[in-house]
Each structure stands twice: as structure tokens, then as C-alpha cells.
Design a protein around this ligand. Structure first.
Ligand code: SF4
Ligand code: SF4
Length: 210
């Protein structure tokens, strides 16, 4: 393309004027923004010494947990609905014949790859028995990819850790007199905040209760 090509559109350089050439207006504008932020309330916290207070842990979509039933058994009935709904394909279930008379199947193995998960909550919504839920735990970390693939025992241990501060959805809705399986309430009651996590990597297995 030549400089005299008729398709070229030449743009005139804007005239900055005397003050513009000194960058003074831009400097003042920048400093005003900086001072405004210095004087405004701080939104950051000194993590990990200080933990971010999640306004509504029930609605927050953090690390998963596998819930237990009244007898301490895993609630999951290995129906695969969560794995089917998962857009990231990060749930892997191996179903086996249930050792208990009240269900046909149970998960012999249940793993979630937390690094592939996009925390959309579809698994939680799909589960017909409230067996899988997302908690308000957000500071999951690990030294390897394998550590971030949470198995059944780890998922159950997260339930044990969070069950008091974040009751199961069905329990909470029953307590509120709402039909279980209905819509999530827009406004939820205040909770006591996120549970304490002693060590970020210490989501230890609590014994291999199935
Ligand atoms: S939160 Fe979404 S991406 Fe993560 S396991 Fe559940 S369905 Fe899959
Ligand atoms: S967690 Fe729920 S949806 Fe997923 S397999 Fe178990 S019972 Fe089915």
C-alpha cells in the first residue's frame, strides 16, 4: 500500500495545548484517584492471618463435601446425576451394590478433580438426595495435582468439618418450614461465618466410613 492510496484514512494528531503537554491535568487526575482510594474503606484483608468473612456461606460455592445421613453413611446413592450435569467432567464415580437395604447402589469410589472444577454448582443442583454440596471453604491448596483430586474420604471429612456451621440444605429448609427440593431462598438466615481451618492442607481423612 502506497502513502497516496485513497483507502488510507489519515488521522490528525490532537492538539494537547500547553497544559496537556506538561501532563499536569493527567497527573492531577491520577493523584485524585489515588487519594480517593487511600481514604475509602479497605476491601482487602491480610490473608491468611485474617480470613475473609463470607456474607452467606450457604450460597458460596467453594470446596465440595459429601454429606452423611443420620447413620453417618455417605448419602450418595451413586445415581451419576451430578457427574452427568458437570460441565467440566471432573466428577468420577464408581458405583457398587449397596451393603445397606435402603438403597440399591452406593459410591465405592467418588472423586472430584478440584482443579478442573469451575465451581458452577450444577452438581449440587442435580443431586436428588442432597448428597453433594459446595461449602464456603475457599483456601484449598495442594503441592501436586493428585492432592487436589478429592476422594470420598476427603469429601466426607469436609462434611464433618462444616456440618455445624453450614447445615445441609434439606435440614435448613425443613427448619425454615419450606418444602425440601424447592427453590433456594433469596435471603438466608445469618450463620456463624465460615468454619475455622487449622491447616490449609489438612483436610485429612476421618477414617474410612463408607
Ligand atoms: S461445581 Fe460445577 S464444575 Fe464443579 S464439580 Fe460441580 S458441576 Fe462440576
Ligand atoms: S452425589 Fe447425588 S447426584 Fe451425585 S451420584 Fe451421588 S446421589 Fe447422585
Amino acid at each position: 500500500m502506497k502513502p497516496d492510496d485513497k483507502d488510507i484514512q489519515w488521522v490528525e494528531e490532537p492538539d494537547l495545548g500547553a497544559s496537556g503537554k506538561t501532563y499536569l491535568p493527567l497527573f492531577v487526575e491520577g493523584m485524585t484517584t489515588t487519594i480517593k482510594h487511600l481514604l475509602s474503606p479497605k476491601m482487602t484483608v491480610e490473608f491468611p492471618e485474617e480470613r475473609h468473612q463470607i456474607p452467606d456461606p450457604i450460597l458460596y460455592r467453594g470446596v465440595h463435601r459429601l454429606n452423611r445421613d443420620e447413620q453417618g453413611r455417605v448419602k450418595c446413592v451413586a445415581c451419576f446425576l451430578c457427574a452427568t450435569a458437570c460441565p467440566a467432567h471432573c466428577i468420577d464415580i464408581v458405583a457398587a451394590e449397596s451393603p445397606w437395604p435402603d438403597r440399591e447402589k452406593y459410591p465405592a469410589s467418588f472423586t472430584i478433580d478440584e482443579l478442573r472444577c469451575i465451581f458452577c454448582g450444577m452438581c449440587e443442583e442435580a443431586c436428588p438426595v442432597d448428597a453433594i454440596e459446595l461449602t464456603s471453604l475457599f483456601d484449598l491448596s495442594g503441592k501436586s495435582r493428585e492432592e487436589m483430586v478429592f476422594d470420598k474420604e476427603k469429601l466426607l471429612s469436609i462434611y464433618d468439618r462444616t456440618k455445624d456451621s453450614e447445615p445441609m440444605r434439606s435440614v435448613r429448609m425443613a427448619a425454615e418450614g419450606k418444602p425440601v427440593g424447592g427453590e433456594r431462598p433469596a435471603i438466608l438466615p445469618e450463620t456463624e461465618g465460615p468454619p475455622e481451618i487449622a491447616e490449609k492442607d489438612n483436610l485429612a481423612e476421618p477414617g474410612a466410613t463408607p
